[in-house]
Design a protein around this ligand. Structure first.
Ligand SMILES: Cc1ncc(C[n+]2csc(CCOP(=O)(O)OP(=O)(O)O)c2C)c(N)n1
Ligand code: SF4
Length: 472
């Protein structure tokens, strides 16, 4: 690769690379870089995405925006990037296992959507990184770690698969012909829809060593001997074509410009805007309860794991959605946070369809311990209603909060701290009116099928606490 391309486009500090001696992936990477350089693209406008595998390590060496994601999911991430910012030039580099085994479904459906993404598949006919298991492109009869007596499955033809799925630009080259690979990649990068370039490459470690080709050079010769061009293929019989690698452009159809984004702009956006303008946001005849806090009300419940934050959020969401007939979403933490420290659950209640399900800057915060006060109060709206368990917290950066000793009252009056969450819910409702009291009673009965009477009592007590709560 020319020195200036290496200097400009490689993360030199990441070298030496992890690829084995004789691995063809480096040759393929150089072809990608030369193709990008030939187009004069700025580094900041290029995003290279990969999954997992030796091929997928390549973006780590490239000085663009790069994403190293999960095995087979490269195109899911690439789709997200493209939808979020269609101006970016999105390239997905994958191995054959990544693209057409575990990621096969993503591959065919990405082709169907036809977003402007260039997919470069480094096909070494094997799972290289994990030790040479056979992949969907391992030739029938070839040896692999998982087919020591020869692979008995027929192999996928990635290019035929792509054409069959409707891709508009599909080409194949090998690392024995890197200039041809570069040319196809450059064309694919400029193609206005989903494009696929398969670069057949060498893996002396995982594939060659099991098939009498220990060295990269032997594998290159093997590629050379098996390669035929599309034009040469025409005059060949099926027997002559057996085990051959057909290289060339399988389709180059620039008329396939309709894609998910253009259809979304043309067909979905005008209809959605018209619906919004008409003020009619739903086909169902809903009559959501009017929320005193506004059309969209965001509530964050927080505390430590074990304080019943999630159960409380479930009750609140069900009350609003089922009995108050509102639109509602509930999201919560599931991670290690939920088992200790501060945990949270967000409930969004709205009179209209909810586009974004999490609290951005919540209107109401219930904080059942000091850690959640410290963490979440700074994230709240300026005039948010803040309700704090005064038994487990003693300071708050904002004045005007409601301080009620839920846990202490729960212990004293109900002989268990476990109803503190229900007391807090009751107080939240009588202070804010975010959900009707009737709806809350129904939701408590529905969710808490054990100790229902005790919990209903706690809810009523919570209503009363809210009515007399002090602010400080
Ligand atoms: C969900 C999941 N399953 C399996 C693996 C193990 N794994 C890592 S790489 C790989 C195969 C990679 O093969 P390929 O995509 O052909 O790339 P290569 O290494 O040959 O370049 C597998 C099975 C994983 N990381 N994640
Ligand atoms: S295992 Fe194969 S694909 Fe992976 S680096 Fe080594 S030669 Fe390349």
């Amino acid at each position: 690769m020319p020195a200036e391309i290496a200097r400009d486009y490689l993360r030199l500090e990441r070298l030496p690379h992890i690829l084995c001696s004789g691995c063809g992936h480096g040759t393929a990477m150089s072809a990608v870089l030369r193709a990008i350089a030939s187009l004069g693209w700025k580094k900041d406008e290029v995003v290279v995405v990969s999954g997992i595998g030796c091929a997928s390590r390549i973006p780590g060496y490239l000085d663009f925006h790069t994403l190293h994601t999960t095995h087979g999911r490269s195109l899911a991430f690439a789709t997200g990037v493209k939808l979020a910012n269609p101006k970016l030039k999105v390239i997905s580099i994958m191995g054959d296992g990544d693209a057409v085994a575990i990621g096969g479904n993503h591959f065919i459906h990405s082709i169907r959507r036809n977003l402007n993404i260039t997919t470069i598949i480094l096909n070494n006919n094997i799972y290289g990184m994990t030790g040479g298991q056979y992949s969907p492109t391992t030739p029938c009869g070839a040896n692999a770690a998982t087919s020591p007596y020869g692979n008995i499955e027929p192999s996928f033809d990635i290019c035929q698969l792509s054409v069959g799925c409707g891709a508009g630009y599909v080409a194949r080259a090998t690392v024995h012909q890197p200039i041809q690979a570069e040319k196809y990649i450059a064309k694919a990068l400029q193609y206005p829809g989903f494009s696929v370039v398969e670069v057949v490459t060498t893996c002396p470690t995982g594939y060659g060593s099991r098939n009498r080709m220990n060295k990269g050079l032997e594998m290159l010769k093997w590629l050379k001997d098996r390669t035929v061009s599309i034009s040469a293929k025409e005059g060949m019989s099926p027997e002559e074509l057996k085990d051959k690698i057909v290289v060339g452009e399988f389709i180059d159809d620039a008329t396939r410009t309709k894609n998910y984004l253009s259809s979304y702009e043309a067909d979905v956006v005008p209809k959605a805007m018209a619906k919004l303008a008409s003020g009619h946001h739903d086909d169902i005849d809903r009559k959501p309860r009017k929320n005193p806090l506004g059309v969209r009300c965001e509530i964050r419940l927080s505390g430590s794991g074990g304080q019943g934050v999630k159960v409380a959020s479930k009750i609140l969401a069900k009350a609003a959605g089922i009995w108050d007939d509102c639109y509602v979403t509930k999201t919560q933490l599931y991670g290690p946070e939920a088992r200790g420290g501060a945990t949270k659950a967000d409930v969004v209640i709205s009179e209209q369809e909810i586009c974004y399900p999490k609290a951005r800057k919540a209107d109401i915060l219930v904080a059942l311990n000091q850690e959640s006060v410290d963490l979440f109060v700074p994230t709240m709206k300026d005039n948010a209603v803040i309700i704090i368990d005064a038994s487990l917290a003693d300071s708050c950066p904002r004045t005007g909060s409601y301080w009620i000793p839920f846990t202490k009252i729960a212990r004293q009056e109900f002989e268990t701290p476990l109803v503190a969450n229900i007391l807090a819910l009751g107080a939240l409702i009588s202070i804010t009116g975010a959900v009707s009291e009737e709806a809350m009673r129904e939701a408590v009965k529905h969710v808490l099928t054990k100790q229902t009477e005790k919990n209903l009592k706690a809810l009523e007590r919570g209503f009363a606490l809210g009515k007399t709560a002090e602010r400080r």
